[in-house]
Design a protein around this ligand. Structure first.
Ligand SMILES: [Zn+2]
Ligand SMILES: [Zn+2]
Length: 180
């Protein structure tokens, strides 16, 4: 997944990429770890606009991801549909040492490239990771698991929740408070 600067002819190029989970090693690692699992294909639409050495990229992706509900712990499927902007800037080499000058690129949201080739894999992987919900919930009405017996309250009922939630006041009812 790379694009040569010279392929952006006339300053503009639209590309569609159909990627696979295995194109993104960090996503594979997360899925292997029991985390969110993306489903093939991962579709990207990218529109590159070049102005000199700068390339502004409007991107869009659509992907299906399997998530675990934070309330009931069941896996569920969600479609992620996100737009993003990437700005590629050339690496700057120090004239004397030929070493790459470190720019504060991350803070500025810029992605550096060298040798007139844009590497797309890492920035796209980052966009996918950022789109994953931090606290996924299968549906807004999910009742979750009973904190007492652990059954899935979406599927079954239990008696735990019918207990009076607090009987502290019953105890206090028998206390003889002296009025001062
Ligand atoms: Zn749930
Ligand atoms: Zn219960």
């Amino acid at each position: 997944m790379r694009l040569k600067l010279e392929d952006i002819k006339g300053g503009e190029l639209e590309q569609e990429y159909s990627c696979s989970l295995t194109d993104f090693p960090d996503l594979v690692a997360i899925a292997d770890d029991g985390g969110p699992k993306f489903t093939d294909p991962l579709l990207f639409q990218l529109r590159f606009q070049r102005s000199g050495q700068f390339v502004e990229t409007d991107g869009h992706f659509c992907s299906i991801v399997e998530l675990k509900c934070g309330r009931c712990l069941q896996n569920f499927i969600q479609t992620l549909d996100e737009s993003f902007v990437l700005t590629f800037v050339p690496q700057i080499k120090d004239n004397d040492t030929e070493e790459e000058v470190e720019l504060e690129t991350v803070e500025l949201g810029l992605i550096t490239y060298g040798d007139d080739v844009l590497e797309l894999q890492e920035p796209l992987q980052e966009q996918l990771l950022m789109a994953v919900p931090i606290s996924p919930v299968c549906k807004a009405s999910c009742r979750g698991l009973c904190p007492e017996c652990g059954i899935d309250l979406n599927l079954e009922k239990c008696d735990c929740t019918r207990k009076p939630f607090n009987n502290k006041f019953n105890v206090l009812a028998n206390v003889d408070f002296k009025k001062s």
